[in-house]
Design a binder for this molecule. Structure first.
Ligand code: TXA
Ligand code: MG
Length: 334
């Protein structure tokens, strides 16, 4: 039976004990909830893959609490990586670096690199410290589904396959960490996320964002991911035309409130603040899939700052695009 725990000191110690005994603990980070197990225990890591129904070729992120622990897991820390660690860790940034032998192959899906991050959430940090081992943790959702931003989401996706869920309330950032591959020569974006690309470039200069490259380096980055059960389509066209549509069987997911005719509107923020949009995105996708809409129509957000991560998740969640022709919605699957 899964037990949901208030994050008291005593309960975090209880959860940490379970990690040391190869158990699984879901815990809040500043981005989304993670499904954690001891990174040095193959037994625990196998359980993580099984609980999520995640393919073994999709490597996990290892969570640590101290900057010094990067050296415990990584053979080389190139100088741009050191700068990024100083600037953004703890925080929603994951660095992919050459791995040491002590990191089990199952964690990295056989790659010779390992993804490591220091979450900035106090409950996550305590859990790692008390467990006395790095914690391998993917997002605590069923593989391919929307990432969890609250304890109930974890419970509904993973049911009884988790020993404990530490309930820290809703997460703040709402989208996962930015993942970068770092060598002495270059920094390559593998996944946009909680630390904006522009902020990273302010520290290490221009980074490479080539999609082909990130696919090659990060086997788990599938085109379709983060998907709600209700199909989602990205709107391509004029907003004025869209708000005239009279269809109460569709839901409109918008960055800001709009005056609409008869289509149900779900604004992700009150005034377009992209932090608020990111924080609400996964929660709203999960709420919408519980209603009976035929489809969710998502209006794109501006691609700057956190907007890159929000658009990345919307595109991966989507079944296709939608436009308007002769006052009718036209859906195009991809
Ligand atoms: O914010 C986050 O990053 C959350 C919280 C729980 O920390 N975790 C998370 O993990 O989003 P997950 O497993 O859902 O996504 C990890 C991503 C995957 O796309 C995976 O392919 C990539 O990181 N990744 C992990 N190890 C890698 C490696 N060695 N090389 C390239 N990509 C890697
Ligand atoms: Mg995930």
């Amino acid at each position: 039976m899964t037990e949901i725990l208030e994050p008291t000191e005593k309960n975090i110690i209880k959860a940490a004990k379970s990690i040391r005994q190869d158990g699984l603990v879901a815990f809040p980070t500043e981005t989304v909830y993670g499904l954690g197990g001891c990174a040095f225990s193959e037994k625990a890591v196998v359980k993580i893959f099984e609980a999520k129904k995640r393919p073994r070729f999709d490597p996990l992120i290892v969570h640590i609490a101290e900057k010094d622990d990067y050296k415990l897991l990584c053979r080389i820390i190139p100088s741009p990586a050191e700068k990024l660690i100083d600037a953004f860790c703890p925080g929603p940034l994951t660095l992919v670096l050459p791995k040491r032998e002590n990191v089990p192959d199952i964690v990295t899906s056989g790659l010779d690199t390992v993804a490591v991050r220091i979450p900035s959430h106090p409950i996550a940090l305590k859990l790692i410290q008390y467990s006395k081992c790095p914690i391998a943790a993917p997002s605590a959702n069923r593989f391919g589904h929307v990432s969890p931003t609250q304890a109930e989401d974890v419970l509904s996706d993973l049911g009884d396959s988790v020993d404990f869920i530490l309930d820290g309330g809703p997460t703040l950032v709402g989208v996962e960490s930015t993942v970068v591959f770092v060598t002495e020569e270059e920094t390559i974006l593998l996944r946009p996320g909680g630390i904006p690309i522009e902020d990273i470039e302010n520290v290490v200069g221009k980074i490479s964002t080539k999609r082909k490259m990130s696919k090659l380096l990060s086997p788990g980055l599938t085109k379709k991911h983060y998907s709600p059960k209700t199909p989602l389509y990205i709107y391509e066209g004029n907003i004025d035309e869209l708000i005239e549509i009279d269809r109460d069987d569709y839901a409109l997911l918008t960055p800001i409130p709009l005056l609409v005719n008869d289509i149900s509107m779900v604004p992700l923020s009150q005034d377009g603040d992209v932090k608020e949009i990111a924080a609400n995105l996964f929660h709203q996708l999960r709420s919408l899939e519980r209603m009976d809409y035929r489809a969710i129509i998502a209006i794109p957000v501006k691609q700057s700052g956190l907007g890159h991560a929000v658009m990345d998740r919307l595109i991966r969640a989507s079944t296709g695009t939608v436009k308007i022709e002769n006052q009718k919605l036209v859906f195009i699957d991809r």
